[in-house]
Ligand binder design. Structure first.
Ligand code: GLN
Length: 446
């Protein structure tokens, strides 16, 4: 009730939630109270969690930030949602996001922009901007996000939160609306690394309904929270502290790294030489996958259908012309182009080869260090409208995050400090399946 009251009061301005359904949430909360009274508690019994509106939740409108799904009531729960329900959590509502998770500022949402609670003239980042703003404004204690190229870490950085993108395959993608399937990964967003660990215990796990879900033994993500840092080797990629990084962000990140040295860690300079190729490679591969994934939105099976049309082809065209926003259309066109006969080898295949080189950069780097640290985003929260007219400026927001998705590695952002009164995130990149250790490293700082 406390959170619902805050949402009622503050959400009309911040716009962090697309859908709130007090009755549904309170029914779940009452059920949790009853279970607590009977002593049958789960790991998150009664804990309210906001769900990014990319996750299907049974009987909830699930829009993915698009007009195309503006009227879509999900007939089933995503694996993640199912897991939270099983753990006793309460679904607080569905959070705003860039349309189909394409964006870095939450400005592409059909349901309006989201304000950054630290400065309401600024964006919260994206695409999980609604989740980030909800947690930062205390409209939820924690939220889910998804990260295809930075969408958990960049908004966490811009809103002063902790956010984790797990190793690809750790969290099931079942019921999570697909953007770029080989890069998409769900993860938690919360105030501390400790809260992320508690959420990971619920979110991670094998699910046979997602063919890329990994069959691994369940682990306790809280187990390394108090592990000492003495002897930890931190790699600092020289490409992450170069041109393109805001001076205030660089300083806050350096100060955080100094703090790690005081806690007993040592630092070594490393190189990730293909860093500058990660954005161009991503903007071939992600649109390619998106153009294929989004072909299902044709007005036949579900979602929006144009009210007037002459024949089937006209219905498809009008539905897609009216249902998708400009950024989504841009991606579909780029993706269709790079996959088309004659261009496939020149763009798609070449990008796949560079993707491998980017992964090899990390493989080499982890021979010299345990974790990698650097900025999560090149700047702090920017003004609403500042980057909307120049897509490339917007794409550069993910300069330090995208390579991690291309390699399938885990990445996390934790609050490092401030620059001009705005939060700055420190990014921690680990080797495959080192989430527990990374969470402990984050916890030591907090
Ligand atoms: N900002 C990137 C994009 O627009 C990444 C988005 C994401 O991680 N979902 O595609």
């Amino acid at each position: 009730q406390l959170y619902l009251d805050r949402i009622e009061r503050l959400n009309p301005d911040i716009n962090a939630y697309i859908t709130v359904d007090a009755e549904k949430s309170l029914a779940q909360a009452r059920a949790a109270d009853e279970r607590i009274a009977k002593g049958e508690t789960g790991p998150l019994t009664g804990v309210p969690i906001a769900q990014k509106d990319i996750f299907c939740a049974k009987d909830w409108i699930t829009t993915c930030g698009s007009k195309m799904l503006g009227n879509f009531v999900a007939p089933y729960d995503a694996h993640i949602v199912e897991q939270f329900n099983r753990a006793g959590a309460v679904n607080l509502g569905k959070t705003n996001m860039d349309e189909f998770a394409m964006g870095s500022s939450n400005e592409t949402s059909y349901f309006g922009k989201v304000k950054n609670p630290w400065d309401r003239e600024r964006v919260p980042g994206g695409s999980s901007g609604g989740s980030a703003a909800a947690v930062a404004a205390r409209l939820a204690p924690a939220a889910t996000g998804t990260d295809t190229g930075g969408s958990i870490r960049q908004p966490a950085s811009l809103c002063g939160l902790s956010g984790l993108k797990p190793t690809y395959g750790v969290c099931s993608r079942y019921g999570m609306i697909a953007f770029a399937s080989s890069l998409d990964q769900a993860g938690p967003m919360a105030k501390s690394a400790e809260d992320l660990a508690l959420m990971m215990n619920v979110m991670a796990g094998f699910d046979q309904r997602d063919s890329t879900s990994l069959q691994r033994e369940n682990e306790d993500y809280t187990r390394d929270l108090d592990k000492p840092l003495a002897g930890l080797k931190i790699g600092l990629p020289k490409e992450y502290f170069a041109e393109g990084l805001d001076a205030g962000v660089a300083q806050a990140v350096q100060e955080a790294i100094d703090q790690y040295r005081k806690l007993g860690a040592e630092t070594v300079e490393i190189s990730l030489p293909n860093t500058r190729l990660s954005i161009p490679v991503y903007y071939v591969l992600a649109p390619a996958e998106a153009s294929s994934n989004l072909s299902r939105f044709d007005g036949v099976r579900y979602g929006y259908r144009a009210p007037e049309y002459t024949d089937l082809l006209d219905m498809y065209s009008k539905t897609r012309a009216q249902g998708f926003g400009a950024e989504v259309k841009r991606r579909i066109m780029i993706g269709t182009y790079v996959l088309s006969a004659g261009y496939y080898d020149a763009y798609y295949l070449k990008a796949q080869k560079i993707r491998r080189l980017i992964a090899q950069d990390f493989e080499e780097a982890f021979k010299h260090c345990d974790v990698i640290m650097g900025p999560a985003a090149p700047g702090t929260a920017f003004k609403v409208g500042e980057k909307t007219s120049d897509p490339v400026q917007m794409y550069l927001e993910d300069l330090y995050t995208i390579a991690v998705n291309l390699a399938g590695l885990p990445g996390m952002s934790i609050p490092a400090g401030f620059s001009n009164g705005l939060p700055v995130g420190l990014q921690i990149i680990g080797n495959y399946f080192s989430e527990s250790r990374m969470l402990g490293i984050g916890h030591a700082f907090q």
